[in-house]
Design a protein around this ligand. Structure first.
Ligand SMILES: Cc1ncc(COP(=O)(O)O)c(C=O)c1O
Length: 497
């Protein structure tokens, strides 16, 4: 594939670097610190450069180019209003090390976001520092660990996770030094209380679970599960990746959780994909709050003799929690992601309850359209459903084993073929308890028309010649890649020949 470095555009156009060898303004810089020759910039004029980046962006798939039903990832529309707000000079042009009196606006946003996130999760305190859900998990488990140590319970060395858990749950707990106890799900895909009862003990530090589960199934026994874990002296951790299903309807606090992470880049519309930038704040109940990472945004009312009498009647400042575990991230987290998510939350407020309703409605509608079609219209379609519950929450799984047994077409082949139809593939082979799993999460931001078209196209794909599917994708810039090679031999920079 040729790149802009091979492009032979307008001679010496497109850049205006001082020449390190001749330019006078550089005379103050010693020879040893100067380049010996000009950098090898591409020779492109402005329009050529714009075309280059535009074409490059079109080679990739994004939520702005098509439907992105990536289960468990909540790829929803990113409102452009959020971008306007995050680009305001008082937010965009500040530096994390500026003194408090110069960044009162951002501190006020941080404080308000901490409060709003506490409310929607039924928690007492929030830190915005972690920059991913996984980092939030690690941070919260570290707080739980310090809590146990402070209470003479440092011997508790086991964390329980259900077999439907996201891989980051056991990974985060293991990074904190915990042993992982995996318990099987019941036949209906939900937590098996008997398995939980026999797993807990005086060595239980915590249980990590998401609700609805990664099957899209609501854990109706969650309060009892929390009671069992608490009775054994453990703490309950809520993986908030699936918050989009419950926001405004119920909350982890009501369910009996002690700590939770939020994925601002899922539920709260911060753009994500391609590795970032994300934001994974955590919320905790009062008894864990003194261990939160430092600093938290705080405020005090401004008194009459206070020289800083500006703003909304409060003075905002950074504060260190009493027994903090320290910092988990530089610059107090991803401020841009926090501000975008704050703008989203502020804009919808209590209306966010409808967001969850529509997300759940869309998932059930799409599931119904697909499974109905698979049972009848499409030739190759006699598939059992992955999730046994009749009604799912915001996402659902399909077990594609029957198709594989019938003609050798795998879940991966179907996913690759969807790319040819202009869709992002659903999540593949996760959760691992569903064989040949495809996992769909349409989110609330898609219309019925989009869902209908997707269901029709999906059913068309299922009745295609298996050979077409096995060699898909056929229309993307890069065809089917060798995934092992791609993961093992990353080529991330251009090398001049
Ligand atoms: C259920 C679940 N938990 C945790 C995570 C981790 O979140 P992040 O990707 O922000 O680290 C994910 C990510 O997809 C997830 O789906």
């Amino acid at each position: 594939m040729s790149t802009i470095f091979d492009f032979n555009g307008a001679p010496s156009a497109g850049w205006s670097q001082p020449d390190p060898l001749t330019d006078d303004p550089l005379s103050g810089i010693g020879q040893t610190l100067r380049r010996a020759s000009l950098p090898r910039w591409p020779r492109a004029s402005e329009p050529e450069l714009v075309r280059h980046y535009t074409l490059l962006s079109q080679k990739n798939f994004g939520i702005d180019t098509g439907f992105y039903p990536l289960g468990s990832c909540t790829m929803k529309h990113n409102p452009r209003l959020n971008e306007r707000i995050v680009q305001l000079p008082g937010i965009d042009r500040i530096h994390p090390l500026q003194p408090e009196h110069q960044v009162q606006g951002l501190l006020a946003i941080y404080f308000e976001m901490q409060e709003m996130l506490s409310i929607c999760a039924g928690m007492d305190a929030v830190t915005l520092q972690p920059v991913a859900g996984a980092q939030g998990e690690f941070t919260a488990i570290r707080c739980i660990q310090e809590y146990h140590r402070a209470n003479g319970q440092g011997h508790r060395d086991k964390v329980i996770v259900p077999d439907s858990a996201h891989g980051t749950n056991p990974a985060s707990a293991s990074m904190c030094g915990y042993e992982i106890i995996e318990i099987p799900s019941g036949e209906d895909g939900r937590i098996d209380l008997e398995a939980l009862r026999s797993a807990v003990g005086d060595d239980t530090a915590a249980m990590m679970i998401t609700n609805p589960s990664t099957l899209g199934v609501f854990e109706t026994d969650i309060a009892e599960a929390a009671r069992i874990v608490h009775e054994a002296g453990g703490q309950m951790y809520y993986d908030g990746a699936n918050f989009n299903a419950i926001l405004g309807k119920t909350d982890p606090g009501i369910m009996g959780f002690d700590a939770v992470h939020y994925n601002l880049h899922k539920t709260f519309s911060q753009p994500h994909g391609g590795g970032g930038p994300g934001s994974g704040p955590i919320g905790v109940k009062e008894h864990l709050s003194e261990f939160l990472p430092s600093p938290l945004a705080s405020r005090r009312a401004i008194t009459e003799d206070d020289p800083s009498g500006v703003g909304d009647g409060y003075w905002y400042f950074w504060e260190e929690p009493k027994s903090t575990i320290g910092k988990v991230q530089q610059w107090n987290g991803n401020a841009g992601a926090v501000v975008r998510a704050w703008a989203f939350y502020r804009r919808y407020g209590k209306e966010l309850e409808r967001m969850s309703e529509h997300a759940v409605l869309n998932a059930n509608y799409l599931r119904h359209r697909i499974t109905q079609g698979m049972a009848g219209e499409a030739e190759n379609a006699t598939f059992e459903q992955g999730a046994p519950a009749n009604v799912v929450k915001h996402e659902f799984t399909l077990n594609m084993t029957p198709m594989k047994e019938k003609n050798g077409v795998t879940a991966k082949d179907v996913a690759k073929r969807l790319l040819d139809f202009g869709y992002m593939a659903p999540t593949l082979y996760f959760p691992q308890i569903v064989p040949e799993c495809l996992m769909f999460e349409p989110t609330e931001t898609e219309s019925k028309e989009v869902l209908d078209k997707f269901a029709d196209d999906f059913l068309t794909i299922l009745s295609e010649d298996p050979e077409i599917l096995k060699s898909a994708p056929h229309t993307t810039p890069v065809k089917r890649v060798d995934e092992v090679l791609a993961a093992r031999q990353l080529i991330l920079k251009y090398s001049y020949e």
